[in-house]
Ligand binder design. Structure first.
Ligand code: HAM
Length: 417
């Protein structure tokens, strides 16, 4: 029979990489809960319309990256390319807004985008996603960035840069839009990449986000949204930046940061690393006032971010694998059952360990204990069973002694010298 391989751009995760994912999730739970965030679980499959309406019909994600299919009843469904839309759908559907003034929600999980796989870019990837629904105040934007930074610091990551921009709002964006369209129309259209020639007509903001070198250099001269902000947006942005200054967070103002999703307004940001190749963004997010209403909910402001776990994992290469405390080597058939019972006792007492299910030579069992990296190897043979003892061997010093099985928990806590 031929073997079946995984889908291109998808990945199996084993230790030590999977340990890094557990580490990232545990740290997120610790840090986010200090900020009052609650963990939620939502479906990975949603109606296609949810993403078209929130991320935007003209974005690359909706145009060419979604895993969309018809179910058995002919309904169009999509594997989520991101979590924000689903979190908002769930927030509205479960009427969280009527129960709490502010909802701070986080979730982890797989996302799906049909992109060209490369280092740091997968077709199935994982995000740590945070959404804050309710606050309009610029302090909420600053708090969100402070929390994101605290999280990255808790992972031991400090050599990262924050890029930040304001995209204005429904009041100031149209004026900027007009100027941008003028600027783009005056360019030699053939100098833009084919995608941008189309974007210039249907969604000009997206041109600022193009990764093609010649488009990037052309837009350097484009009008800047920061010069067109209305007074409310300008003061909102100033307050955010001033709090970041006071909190000691450094950032880089990037007037071309428009992000790849259409729902953003006002503050947008990315956290980038120069150490992981071409895909530099390890996290991205911003404010999306108006999205909740556009999805049929109340007019609740919102903001959030997502970290790309595969990209963070590229930076977390020295996470140590959790080692077991002991290995129980069985030296005689008659000791097999007793060994398992003793192991249960130790595990119930909080120790982690492995036990042998078969009898092997002392030498090969010690080799296995070494490979497992345990601190202690326990040896149980028929003589030990008769005497109610067990041999405790310190794998570092090599010192071993027989102890009563009754004292095993204490013996494991001892360092033999
Ligand atoms: P995004 O910028 O599309 O934003 O994705 C967030 C992060 O997910 C990126 O910075 C990157 O680290 C990671 N990422 C994206 N695509 C891939 C991929 N193909 N392979 C590996 N990693 C990837 C959002 O998704 C927004 N929903 C964030 C947000 C939440 N905004 C407000 N709330």
């Amino acid at each position: 029979m031929s073997k079946i391989n995984k889908i291109k751009g998808f990945c199996d995760l084993f230790p030590p990489e999977s340990n890094v994912f557990v580490f990232m999730e545990e740290k997120a739970r610790q840090v986010f809960s200090r900020y009052g965030c609650k963990e939620i679980r939502i479906p990975i499959l949603e109606k296609t319309e949810l993403f078209a309406r929130s991320i935007g019909d003209e974005t690359d994600i909706v145009q060419k990256e979604m895993y969309t299919f018809l179910d058995r009843k002919g309904r169009s469904l999509t594997l989520r390319p991101e979590a924000t839309a689903g979190v908002l759908r769930a927030y509205i559907e479960n009427q969280l807004h009527s129960r709490e003034r502010v909802s701070k929600l986080f979730t982890f999980g797989p996302m799906f985008r049909y992109e060209r796989p490369q280092k740091g870019r997968m077709r199935q990837f994982h995000q740590i996603n945070v959404e804050v629904l309710g606050p309009q105040a610029p302090q909420a934007d600053a708090e969100l960035l402070i929390m994101l930074w605290a999280y990255l610091e808790s992972l031991g990551l400090t050599r990262l840069d924050i890029e930040i921009n304001s995209l204005g709002c429904a009041v100031c964006r149209p004026g900027f839009h007009k100027n941008l369209v003028n600027f783009l129309q005056n360019l030699d259209q053939d100098s833009l990449c084919p995608d941008c020639q189309r974007r210039a007509k249907v969604n000009p903001l997206r041109v600022l986000d193009c990764k093609v070198a010649r488009c990037k250099s052309l837009v350097q001269e484009a009008p800047k949204i920061s010069e067109h902000l209305c007074s409310d947006c300008a003061s909102h942005f100033e307050t955010v930046l001033s709090i970041l200054d006071q909190a000691g967070l450094s950032y880089h103002l990037n007037p071309f940061l428009v992000r790849g999703l259409d729902y953003y307004q006002r503050t947008t940001f990315e956290v980038v690393s120069s150490a992981i190749g071409a895909q530099t963004a390890v996290a991205g997010g911003g404010r999306y006032d108006g999205l909740c209403k556009a999805l049929g909910g109340p007019d609740v402001p919102g903001l959030g971010f997502a970290c790309g776990m595969e990209r963070l994992a590229l930076l977390l290469t020295d996470i140590k694998e959790q080692k077991l405390d002991f290995y129980l080597a069985v030296l005689h058939e008659q000791a097999l059952n007793k060994a398992l019972i003793l192991t249960k006792r130790l595990r119930d007492a909080g120790y982690s360990g492995e036990v042998s299910f078969e009898v092997k030579s002392v030498k090969s069992q010690l080799r296995l204990a070494n490979k497992l990296g345990v601190k202690t190897c326990l040896l149980l043979g028929v003589d030990e069973i008769e005497r109610g003892e067990i041999v405790v061997k310190d794998m570092q010093t090599g010192v071993q002694q027989a102890v009563s099985q009754d004292d095993l928990e204490q013996a494991l806590g001892l360092n033999l010298h």
